[in-house]
Design a protein around this ligand. Structure first.
Ligand code: NAP
Length: 323
């Protein structure tokens, strides 16, 4: 509970519960399949700000017994070599899930990369097949951040069905999937974006506000309906501090519940990604009981595609501490 009376929706306690359950599932999977679930994280150059976030994912995987590793290409890698590397990872039987570093260098078209990912290993739900399944309300892999934005409310006992929700942001990875998930939970959803004429008016009528715009201070307490639930997905670096898209100080005195930044959606996103991975691993083990992986093997042996430059570059200083 925050000083004001608004309930603080922290991601870490929920994430810890999830990780404990995942660790048990990983142990069972490893015993049955004689290999741990495997995650490959394809990165193109180590200097992207998201590398820090991806390193966090790797550490989180190691803690629960998942084998995770970077598959590195140099920053100058071509689109074709990135796609070829992803296709090589797709066929590696020791890899159950693939994540690709975002954003990619501007020379590489996102669509080419997304299309190259095997949908059954697409644990962050970016392939068109998984996006389509979500749109139709069927089970597929969900983008982990959007999943976290809704899951934090569900696991905190917040009623979603029948309530008016506003999602600010319409990106394919956060805003739109969050909106579709809220519709699936029976909310009445309005999606706002940079061309929305009167954002404050929409926000003032919402019982639930999910903000994913990447604009610090976009939503203030004065815009909120008293008692609104506020989920702040934004991550912005302001004066060396990580802040969200919501002006926390003014919002916390009006909202009934609010996620902090950092410490809200970020930790839960990483934990949910692990649940997606174990699900992918179990499905693949069921579909291909004999994977060709030698008993006792503990590490995927991923070779970047022949055309891909492979020399790793030095890690850079952290620039993004939460996601
Ligand atoms: P994005 O692709 O840049 O999309 C931003 C969206 O916000 C766009 O739809 C944009 O509208 C809208 N927008 C921008 N300014 C606006 C304004 N003034 N009023 C209303 N809408 C506005 O960003 P993203 O990838 O979805 O990420 C959104 C935020 O979430 C970022 O801060 C990012 O760092 C953060 N994030 C957090 C996590 C996590 O785990 N917590 C994960 C991923 C991203 P248009 O479509 O009209 O341009």
């Amino acid at each position: 509970m925050a000083d004001s009376g608004a309930r603080l929706l922290e991601g870490a306690p929920i994430a810890n519960e999830i990780r404990t359950a995942v660790a048990e599932d990983v142990a069972t999977f490893t015993a049955v399949n004689r290999r741990p679930p495997g995650l490959a994280v394809v990165i193109v150059g180590r200097d992207a700000p998201s590398t820090v976030y991806l390193e966090q994912i790797l550490r989180g995987c190691t803690k629960v017994g998942v084998h995770a590793e970077f598959v590195e290409l140099e920053g100058e890698a071509t689109e074709a070599s990135v796609a070829a590397t992803i296709r090589a990872v797709n066929t590696d039987p020791a890899v159950d899930g693939v994540i690709v570093q975002m954003p990619l260098p501007p020379t590489i078209r996102l669509r080419t990369v997304i299309d190259a990912i095997d949908p059954s290993k697409d644990i962050d739900g970016i392939h068109p097949l998984n996006a389509g399944l979500l749109r139709l309300g069927y089970d597929g892999f969900l983008p982990a951040t959007a999943h976290a934005a809704v899951e934090i409310m569900r696991r905190s006992g917040i009623e979603i069905a029948g309530r008016d929700a506003v999602v600010i942001g319409r990106s394919a990875v956060v805003g739109m999937p969050a909106a579709f998930l809220l519709v699936k939970e029976d909310a009445t959803v309005t999606v706002c974006h940079s061309r929305t004429r009167d954002l404050a008016d929409h926000v003032s009528r919402a019982d639930i506000v999910v903000v994913a715009a990447g604009r610090p201070g976009l939503v203030t307490g004065a815009m909120l309906k008293p008692g609104a639930v506020v989920v702040d997905v934004g991550i912005n670096l302001v004066d060396g501090r990580v802040v969200g898209d919501v002006d926390f100080a003014s919002a916390v005195v009006v909202a009934s519940a609010i996620t902090p930044v950092p410490g809200g959606i970020g930790p839960l996103t990483n934990a949910l990604l692990l649940t997606h991975l174990i699900r992918a691993a179990e499905r693949q083990a069921a579909a291909h009981p004999r994977t060709g992986v030698e008993p006792g093997m503990t590490a995927p042996t991923i070779q970047p595609a022949p055309t891909a430059p492979t020399a790793p570059t030095a890690p850079t200083a952290p620039t993004r501490g939460d996601r």
